[in-house]
Design a binder for this molecule. Sequence first.
Ligand code: CDP
Ligand code: MG
Length: 693
Amino acid sequence: MSQFWKPGAEKPRILDDEEGGVLFLSSSASSSGYGYVSIEKQRQRLPVYKYRTAILYLVEHHATTVIVGETGSGKTTQIPQYLKEAGWADGGRIIACTQPRRLAVQAVASRVAEEMEVKLGEEVGYTIRFEDVTDANKTRIKFLTDGVLLREMMDDPLLTKYSVIMVDEAHERSVSTDIVLGLLKKIQKCRPELRLIVASATIEAKAMAAFFQTRKRRTTKLVESTTSEESAILSVEGRGYNVEIHYVEEPVSDYLQAAVSTVQLIHNKEPYGDILVFLTGQDDIDAAVKLINEEARNGGKNSSGLFALPLYSGLSRAEQELIFSPTPRGKRKVVISTNIAETSLTLEGIVYVVDSGFSKQRFYNPISDIENLIVSPISKASARQRAGRAGRVRPGKCYRLYTEEYFLKEMSAQGIPEIQRSNLVSSVIQLKALGIDNILGFNWLAAPSPETMIRALEVLYSLGVLDDDAKLTSPIGFQVAEIPLDPMISKMILASNELGCSEEALTIAAVLSIQSIWVSGKGIQKELDEAKLRFAAAEGDHVTFLNVYKAFLQSGKSSQWCYKNYINYQSMKKVLEIREQLRRIAQRLGIALKSCGDMQAVRKAATSGYFSNACQLEAYSHNGMYKTVRTSQEVYIHPSSVLFRVNPKWIVYHSIVSTDRQYMRNVVSIDPSWLTEVAPHFYRQQAPNPFIH
Ligand code: CDP
Ligand code: MG
């Protein structure tokens, strides 16, 4: 191991110190999966338990309490219960706890329901987009995504049903977290009795507390203050187990392969304890899981007793449960995860961490007007969090697939908040719907660039959502804001109403809301391509979705039929559910449910939503190169699209993924004359367009 690995040179330091060597981390010393410890005992052993009284005191006396505590210390699962026990949910009030990730919402809600011995969906419930597992009368503790909380503000701007709102995982700085925090600050002014908790693994607690400071501070130490408008800071400390850090000696070229062989090396050389591997996305995770499990199945000498499980959003409930269930004796579990396991979820029994040093991050460029997910280097803060996952049950080890020099000299200290890396079309419309007219002057925790805000305003103006004064138009603007989808998809649905194809648009919208309707997996590519051909429409992916949906209904929604056609049955069930909810929303908005079977109308509706993503095939391109109409960016049709290699002259795309090239996913062919028809301001032909800079 020593030829390949080099231990970190630095002296042991404390977690939030600048450079990492060995980290001290909290341990809950709760059940490691072996032996029985009562839930009550487990709860009392968590580091936050010692702070129960302090937390309740601070929440009682301060409008905002910032709580920093290492991952696994019990913030998410315990604090809402403490609040309930202290009476914050009496009189029909509700305690809310937000998470940036849906999977985390589901996982913590079921854990808390289990701890409280109640049925999930009754006293403890959760809401994520398109899935509401709460009871209007019974639910007292509610977990929800911060995106759902934002939506709730549209109906109830002061969030009156909540007594305490805990904004959790604040260090993640998701777009919705940042916006929710800005809005909560406004709400606090009208609702002095509302209590806010901002919880995180590592944030600059002082900056966060200062953000919520409504008055000038008089005392020097925030925590000494007893004035309720002032924020308090509490830091949950835990006794820690050491995590020994190892670096590769030379940079690795293939981190997937390196991760797999490191897992096998650990399995071979190290005592028992589960392994957590951080890779970047579903594809590489599935590939690594397959490599490890196949090797184990084939009796590979480095792999016997080893089994790998994937962890990423979009897993079914059954798959999630496997991850959390104790490892059988004599076996070693390897969980291969996206950065969801970095802080959102705690897995018991992890002793070894393998960190690829990468995660998939959203990047938006206002100049090219393209947003995509790019595999990018993580920050030092993330690397430390990842390492920390190894030190919960006993001293652990973290293997970093990058050099120490790289860590010390090149890794950035902190990540950039997502709001500064995102397209803001969705956010701007939500703020407008909440009556925040001056977007530039909004109380941003971190302000996005003016270019990005202006781009968003332009698109919304051209969608007919905003008027000349940048106010929501009636009815279109309000309707688009009401539909819980990307504004471009919502606009497609509204346009379909006039074109007589709303049934089709709802199906397309539902399919676009899930990751994929096809079975994934390497090694079945040929079969998958053949299956796709059975449904493929020359018009593009959107029309193909309609073919699949129709055939699925004709099969009697059969799982057998899905299996035969390489279609993911779980995804199709989800499509049905989402479609049903969208249908109800559409009816509420007065959209007539009509089907016309005319694919030209369907494509035109798609163009009404996605005109800003129009592309033209390069005239002399032999390799399928397209250019975006507005900014002349080079883009290609993704191999998963039915139009891959078909290359119609004009298309609009739904999203971009970027690997070696910028690939358009889910594309549909269009007639270019529709562009000027549906978005004259955006594609004004003659006069110079005031919106194109
Ligand atoms: O929020 P924080 O990271 O501070 O901790 P938590 O999520 O409240 O986790 C506290 C404890 O509950 C940990 O020991 C977790 O392993 C456990 N837990 C669990 O066993 N299953 C879950 N679905 C969630 C938490
Ligand atoms: Mg948590």
